[in-house]
Design a protein around this ligand. Structure first.
Ligand SMILES: [Zn+2]
Ligand SMILES: [Zn+2]
Length: 231
Protein backbone atom coordinates (compact mmCIF):
# COMPACT_ATOMS: atom_id res chain seq x y z
CA UNK A 1 0.00 0.00 0.00
CA UNK A 2 1.48 3.42 -0.93
CA UNK A 3 2.56 5.72 1.90
CA UNK A 4 1.83 9.41 1.97
CA UNK A 5 2.95 12.56 3.69
CA UNK A 6 -0.31 14.37 2.99
CA UNK A 7 -1.86 15.76 6.16
CA UNK A 8 -5.41 14.58 6.69
CA UNK A 9 -8.05 16.19 8.92
CA UNK A 10 -11.47 14.70 9.60
CA UNK A 11 -14.64 16.56 10.59
CA UNK A 12 -17.83 14.84 11.73
CA UNK A 13 -20.91 16.83 10.75
CA UNK A 14 -23.87 15.54 12.75
CA UNK A 15 -27.18 15.83 10.92
CA UNK A 16 -30.33 14.50 12.62
CA UNK A 17 -29.01 11.05 13.50
CA UNK A 18 -26.68 10.69 10.54
CA UNK A 19 -23.12 11.85 9.91
CA UNK A 20 -21.62 13.54 6.94
CA UNK A 21 -17.81 13.25 7.05
CA UNK A 22 -15.70 16.07 5.66
CA UNK A 23 -12.06 15.18 5.05
CA UNK A 24 -9.28 17.63 4.27
CA UNK A 25 -6.30 16.09 2.59
CA UNK A 26 -3.66 18.73 1.96
CA UNK A 27 -5.59 21.50 0.22
CA UNK A 28 -8.36 19.22 -1.03
CA UNK A 29 -11.73 18.49 0.58
CA UNK A 30 -13.80 15.32 0.26
CA UNK A 31 -17.36 14.95 1.54
CA UNK A 32 -18.83 11.53 2.34
CA UNK A 33 -22.64 11.57 2.43
CA UNK A 34 -24.98 14.54 2.74
CA UNK A 35 -27.58 13.72 5.43
CA UNK A 36 -31.37 13.64 5.29
CA UNK A 37 -33.52 15.92 3.16
CA UNK A 38 -34.09 19.34 4.70
CA UNK A 39 -30.80 19.40 6.59
CA UNK A 40 -28.87 21.46 4.06
CA UNK A 41 -28.46 24.53 6.32
CA UNK A 42 -26.91 22.37 9.05
CA UNK A 43 -24.71 20.65 6.48
CA UNK A 44 -23.51 23.97 5.04
CA UNK A 45 -22.90 25.33 8.55
CA UNK A 46 -20.83 22.24 9.39
CA UNK A 47 -18.80 22.56 6.20
CA UNK A 48 -18.06 26.23 6.89
CA UNK A 49 -17.29 25.55 10.57
CA UNK A 50 -14.61 23.11 9.43
CA UNK A 51 -12.98 25.94 7.48
CA UNK A 52 -14.13 24.76 4.08
CA UNK A 53 -16.11 26.69 1.53
CA UNK A 54 -18.68 24.39 -0.12
CA UNK A 55 -17.33 25.49 -3.49
CA UNK A 56 -13.90 24.12 -2.49
CA UNK A 57 -15.07 20.50 -2.16
CA UNK A 58 -13.32 18.35 -4.77
CA UNK A 59 -15.49 15.25 -4.57
CA UNK A 60 -18.72 14.09 -2.95
CA UNK A 61 -18.96 10.33 -2.36
CA UNK A 62 -22.42 8.96 -1.63
CA UNK A 63 -22.02 5.69 0.27
CA UNK A 64 -25.42 4.49 -1.01
CA UNK A 65 -28.75 5.95 -2.10
CA UNK A 66 -30.77 5.70 1.12
CA UNK A 67 -32.58 8.97 1.77
CA UNK A 68 -30.62 9.73 4.96
CA UNK A 69 -27.33 9.82 3.02
CA UNK A 70 -28.28 11.56 -0.22
CA UNK A 71 -30.87 14.04 1.11
CA UNK A 72 -28.80 17.17 0.45
CA UNK A 73 -26.77 15.92 -2.51
CA UNK A 74 -28.75 18.11 -4.91
CA UNK A 75 -28.11 21.20 -2.79
CA UNK A 76 -24.38 20.45 -2.63
CA UNK A 77 -24.31 20.02 -6.37
CA UNK A 78 -26.01 23.39 -6.85
CA UNK A 79 -23.43 25.33 -4.84
CA UNK A 80 -20.28 23.34 -5.49
CA UNK A 81 -18.61 22.17 -8.64
CA UNK A 82 -17.73 18.86 -6.98
CA UNK A 83 -18.59 15.73 -8.92
CA UNK A 84 -20.99 13.37 -7.18
CA UNK A 85 -19.87 9.72 -7.09
CA UNK A 86 -22.09 6.74 -6.42
CA UNK A 87 -22.03 3.04 -7.29
CA UNK A 88 -23.73 1.91 -10.50
CA UNK A 89 -26.27 -0.16 -8.54
CA UNK A 90 -27.47 2.93 -6.60
CA UNK A 91 -27.47 5.46 -9.43
CA UNK A 92 -31.04 4.89 -10.61
CA UNK A 93 -32.46 5.50 -7.13
CA UNK A 94 -30.39 8.70 -6.85
CA UNK A 95 -31.77 9.91 -10.18
CA UNK A 96 -35.34 9.10 -9.11
CA UNK A 97 -35.44 10.68 -5.63
CA UNK A 98 -37.26 7.52 -4.57
CA UNK A 99 -37.30 6.15 -1.04
CA UNK A 100 -36.03 2.61 -0.75
CA UNK A 101 -35.27 0.61 2.35
CA UNK A 102 -33.23 -2.58 2.66
CA UNK A 103 -34.65 -5.65 4.40
CA UNK A 104 -34.53 -5.80 8.18
CA UNK A 105 -31.84 -8.01 9.71
CA UNK A 106 -33.36 -8.24 13.19
CA UNK A 107 -36.81 -7.73 14.74
CA UNK A 108 -36.33 -3.97 15.05
CA UNK A 109 -35.06 -3.71 11.48
CA UNK A 110 -37.95 -5.79 10.10
CA UNK A 111 -40.48 -3.66 12.00
CA UNK A 112 -38.95 -0.39 10.84
CA UNK A 113 -38.63 -1.65 7.25
CA UNK A 114 -42.33 -2.62 7.31
CA UNK A 115 -43.32 0.77 8.71
CA UNK A 116 -41.17 2.56 6.15
CA UNK A 117 -42.56 0.60 3.23
CA UNK A 118 -46.22 0.38 4.17
CA UNK A 119 -47.21 2.81 6.91
CA UNK A 120 -45.23 6.05 7.03
CA UNK A 121 -46.01 8.31 4.03
CA UNK A 122 -43.04 8.39 1.67
CA UNK A 123 -43.30 12.15 1.40
CA UNK A 124 -41.15 12.20 4.56
CA UNK A 125 -38.39 10.19 2.89
CA UNK A 126 -38.29 11.33 -0.72
CA UNK A 127 -35.39 13.57 -1.72
CA UNK A 128 -34.51 15.84 -4.61
CA UNK A 129 -33.21 13.68 -7.45
CA UNK A 130 -29.61 14.13 -8.54
CA UNK A 131 -27.74 13.14 -11.68
CA UNK A 132 -24.48 11.51 -10.56
CA UNK A 133 -21.25 12.59 -12.26
CA UNK A 134 -19.10 9.57 -11.49
CA UNK A 135 -20.45 6.03 -11.62
CA UNK A 136 -18.38 3.59 -9.58
CA UNK A 137 -18.24 0.11 -11.03
CA UNK A 138 -15.03 -1.19 -9.51
CA UNK A 139 -12.52 -0.01 -6.93
CA UNK A 140 -10.89 3.32 -7.96
CA UNK A 141 -7.91 5.29 -6.71
CA UNK A 142 -8.38 8.97 -5.85
CA UNK A 143 -4.75 10.11 -6.16
CA UNK A 144 -5.47 12.24 -9.21
CA UNK A 145 -7.92 14.27 -7.09
CA UNK A 146 -5.32 14.68 -4.34
CA UNK A 147 -6.51 11.98 -1.94
CA UNK A 148 -4.30 9.03 -0.91
CA UNK A 149 -7.35 6.78 -0.87
CA UNK A 150 -9.56 4.41 -2.84
CA UNK A 151 -13.28 4.09 -3.29
CA UNK A 152 -14.06 0.42 -2.73
CA UNK A 153 -17.22 -1.60 -3.27
CA UNK A 154 -18.51 -2.74 0.14
CA UNK A 155 -21.86 -4.50 -0.39
CA UNK A 156 -23.99 -5.91 2.41
CA UNK A 157 -26.13 -3.09 3.76
CA UNK A 158 -27.12 -2.38 0.17
CA UNK A 159 -25.71 -4.07 -2.89
CA UNK A 160 -24.21 -0.85 -4.25
CA UNK A 161 -22.69 0.44 -1.00
CA UNK A 162 -19.23 1.94 -1.31
CA UNK A 163 -16.61 3.08 1.21
CA UNK A 164 -13.64 5.42 1.06
CA UNK A 165 -10.47 3.75 2.36
CA UNK A 166 -7.47 6.01 3.00
CA UNK A 167 -4.01 4.48 2.73
CA UNK A 168 -3.43 5.09 6.46
CA UNK A 169 -6.32 2.74 7.28
CA UNK A 170 -9.05 5.26 8.00
CA UNK A 171 -12.24 4.18 6.29
CA UNK A 172 -15.62 5.84 5.76
CA UNK A 173 -18.13 3.02 5.55
CA UNK A 174 -21.62 4.50 5.18
CA UNK A 175 -23.97 1.96 6.76
CA UNK A 176 -21.75 -1.11 6.30
CA UNK A 177 -20.97 -0.51 9.96
CA UNK A 178 -22.77 1.68 12.45
CA UNK A 179 -22.31 2.51 16.12
CA UNK A 180 -25.34 2.20 18.34
CA UNK A 181 -25.85 1.73 22.09
CA UNK A 182 -26.50 -2.02 21.90
CA UNK A 183 -24.41 -4.93 23.16
CA UNK A 184 -22.82 -7.66 21.07
CA UNK A 185 -22.78 -7.74 17.33
CA UNK A 186 -25.58 -5.14 17.05
CA UNK A 187 -23.24 -2.47 18.34
CA UNK A 188 -21.77 -2.26 14.83
CA UNK A 189 -24.09 -4.40 12.64
CA UNK A 190 -26.68 -2.33 10.71
CA UNK A 191 -30.29 -3.38 11.30
CA UNK A 192 -30.97 -3.33 7.55
CA UNK A 193 -29.17 -5.23 4.81
CA UNK A 194 -29.09 -8.22 2.48
CA UNK A 195 -27.73 -10.67 5.05
CA UNK A 196 -25.59 -10.71 8.16
CA UNK A 197 -23.25 -13.20 6.44
CA UNK A 198 -22.81 -10.87 3.48
CA UNK A 199 -22.03 -7.91 5.72
CA UNK A 200 -19.50 -9.98 7.66
CA UNK A 201 -17.82 -11.01 4.39
CA UNK A 202 -17.35 -7.34 3.57
CA UNK A 203 -16.14 -6.58 7.12
CA UNK A 204 -13.48 -9.25 6.54
CA UNK A 205 -12.58 -7.68 3.20
CA UNK A 206 -12.04 -4.18 4.61
CA UNK A 207 -9.90 -5.56 7.45
CA UNK A 208 -7.85 -7.53 4.92
CA UNK A 209 -7.44 -4.34 2.87
CA UNK A 210 -5.94 -2.52 5.85
CA UNK A 211 -8.90 -0.79 7.55
CA UNK A 212 -7.75 0.39 10.98
CA UNK A 213 -10.24 3.01 12.11
CA UNK A 214 -13.86 3.21 11.03
CA UNK A 215 -16.00 6.29 10.47
CA UNK A 216 -19.62 5.13 10.10
CA UNK A 217 -22.52 7.25 8.91
CA UNK A 218 -24.46 6.59 12.12
CA UNK A 219 -22.75 7.03 15.48
CA UNK A 220 -19.18 7.56 16.57
CA UNK A 221 -15.97 6.32 14.96
CA UNK A 222 -14.25 3.25 16.39
CA UNK A 223 -11.18 1.00 15.98
CA UNK A 224 -11.63 -1.52 13.17
CA UNK A 225 -10.52 -4.44 15.32
CA UNK A 226 -13.86 -4.19 17.16
CA UNK A 227 -15.30 -5.90 14.05
CA UNK A 228 -12.78 -8.74 14.11
CA UNK A 229 -14.28 -10.44 17.18
CA UNK A 230 -17.52 -11.08 15.25
CA UNK A 231 -15.91 -12.75 12.23
ZN1 LIG B 1 -28.65 2.87 4.60
ZN1 LIG C 1 -28.30 5.32 7.07
Amino acid sequence: MPTTEIETEIHRIRLKGVNAWLVRSGERWLLVDTGKPRSSSALMAGIRFAGCKPADISLVVLSHAHYDHVGCARRIKEISSAPIAIHRLEAEVLRSGRFVVSDGLNAMGRFKAFMGRHVVPHIFFSFQPVEPDVIIDSDVRLDNLGFPASIIHTPGHSEGSISVLFDDGRIFTGDLTITQPLPGIWRHMPIYGSSIAGIKRTWRRILDMGAKHIYPSHGADFPADELAEWL
